[in-house]
Write a protein that binds this ligand. Structure first.
Ligand code: GDP
Length: 467
């Protein structure tokens, strides 16, 4: 398969999806406004759903022509294996005392997903600067004895940061000459290096863009995969938990993030809003697999969600780990439940076939990232009720306009072919919001008239590690 071929196929599928978001929201609007007879609009909606189902099946068939699905999976595994071996090489220098290093600590005052993304950014910096990452994790809020009580150490040979010269990021104009650089949390990173997400190493991009629809997510997934290597006893516990819960076969993962997040960082969404998309997934799949068991892995920080789900949706089989973690895992150990709970939920959400969640939550974003390492291309296997995918602290994410559109005085801005638009979000109704870099105007535009810009950056190519 060629890049051109795959990009054309993916574009056609995205356009179809956007058409559906648009039609669906327009029809709901007609019903709300009382335009035409309601029964007529509802019938139209049902008829159009038939077209959509068939088109989605058509795209599924196209995706699988000549076993292309298997080919994508093999490519993803092959490239992923290369990247993992590069991390191994970087993290295990033969002479630790001579190795240049980057130091990060785990004291960022936030939840597990956020902390994982913090170390992920550190590992990206380490990879981009060819420096071994040293993680200081004593006193970690989730397990005070440190990261290594639960996860494999980031290095087998090099965990000491005592070196001759040391500086803080940005403190010197010539950082390269220092043996050790202390990295701050991403929020206070200045100057900003060019390797920050959503940038992708350019040597990987050439391969990656052919088989994967969202290269930055795949790349971040590989980073998280290296970090999220559990100790054998922890992995055993997690696997056993899955067997006990009955995690098997096709499963849709639903993550409902509530408690401390609501109103501060995200809006409340009822369980029904998530279940609409779960139903859509299974209705579509049932065409090819009649009588499929509708399994849903339900993860939440709100303990009222599971009982509600079980009583309201008896036609679904809910799988859940019942240890609910509060976001402040202060003073806990793995076995206390808080860390165990979120690890189990992340592990199984990532192993679902499809995710329905809010991408405003780092928990679901981590799951979506890891999911990419287990498939050929799972970049479409989600439905977010709020944000599009992003990485906290990322560089501006731009899209390229490929077809023009006039402004309409109703929030829709003017776009011209070639414009770059800084994307703020998709409204899942056919329109996205962004700022036009040419005009400086902020507004809506039809999503299908744009395509993603993937930023690639030259990073070390690790010639010592064979392909
Ligand atoms: P965010 O606040 O949702 O963006 O993600 P963070 O990971 O930074 O913080 C949320 C924390 O709340 C997690 O780390 C968990 O400790 C807890 N939490 C949130 N959702 C879940 C869930 O579905 N399951 C479990 N076990 N814990 C959760």
């Amino acid at each position: 398969l060629t890049l051109e071929q795959e990009m054309a196929r993916r574009k056609a599928e995205t356009t179809t999806k956007e058409l559906w978001y648009f039609l669906n929201s327009q029809m709901d609007k007609l019903i709300r406004m009382g335009v035409g007879e309601e029964s007529h609009v509802l019938k139209l909606k049902k008829d159009l759903e038939g077209y959509r189902r068939t088109m989605m099946d058509d795209f599924d068939a196209l995706r699988k022509v000549n076993n292309a699905d298997q080919w994508r999976l093999a490519k993803s595994k092959e490239l992923g294996d290369l990247v993992q071996r590069r991390f191994e090489y970087l993290q295990n220098p033969t002479d630790c005392s001579a190795a240049k290093k980057i130091v990060c600590n785990l004291h960022k005052g936030c939840g597990f997903g956020c902390q994982l993304h913090h170390i992920a950014y550190c590992l990206i910096a380490a990879y981009a600067m060819e420096r071994t990452l040293i993680l200081e994790s004593k006193g970690w809020r989730y397990s005070p004895k440190g990261w290594e009580t639960v996860f494999e150490p980031l290095s087998k040979t090099c965990t000491e940061d005592s070196s001759a010269s040391r500086t803080h990021w940005g403190a010197s104009s010539d950082m390269d000459k220092y043996d050790v650089i202390d990295l701050p949390i991403v929020d206070s990173l200045y100057p900003r290096p060019d390797f920050m997400p959503l940038a992708v190493p350019d040597d990987l991009y050439k391969e990656l863009a052919v088989f994967h629809g969202d290269p930055p997510v795949w790349w971040i997934g590989q980073i998280i995969h290296y970090l999220f290597r559990m100790k054998p006893n922890v992995l055993k516990d997690v696997v056993n938990a899955g067997k006990k819960m009955g995690f098997r076969g096709t499963v849709v993962g639903v993550h409902v993030r509530r408690t401390d997040k609501i109103n501060l960082e995200a809006a409340y969404h009822s369980l029904d809003e998530y279940m609409i998309h779960v139903k859509e997934f299974y209705d579509q799949l049932e065409r090819r697999q009649p009588n499929i068991t509708r399994r849903v892995y339900l993860a939440s920080d709100d303990s009222s969600v599971l009982p509600e789900a079980k009583s309201k949706y008896p036609e679904y089989k809910f799988i859940a780990d019942i240890t609910i973690s509060q976001s402040a895992g202060l003073g806990t150990r793995y076995s206390d439940g808080s860390l165990r709970g979120v690890i189990i939920d992340l592990y199984y959400l990532a192993r679902c076939d499809y995710l329905v969640c809010t991408f405003s939550s780092q928990v679901c974003r981590v799951a979506y990232e890891v999911m990419q390492t287990l498939h050929g291309d799972a970049s479409n296997n989600f439905r977010s009720l709020d944000d599009i995918f992003y990485y906290g602290g990322q560089d501006a994410h731009d899209v390229r306009i490929i077809e023009g559109h006039p402004s309409n005085g109703d929030g829709v801005m003017e776009i011209k072919p070639g414009d770059a638009v800084g994307i703020a979000g998709n409204h899942w109704n056919g329109y996205s919001k962004g700022v036009n870099r040419r005009t400086g105007v902020s507004g809506l535009f039809p999503t299908y008239k744009s395509k993603d810009i993937v930023k690639t950056v030259k990073m070390p190519t690790y010639p010592q590690v064979p392909w």
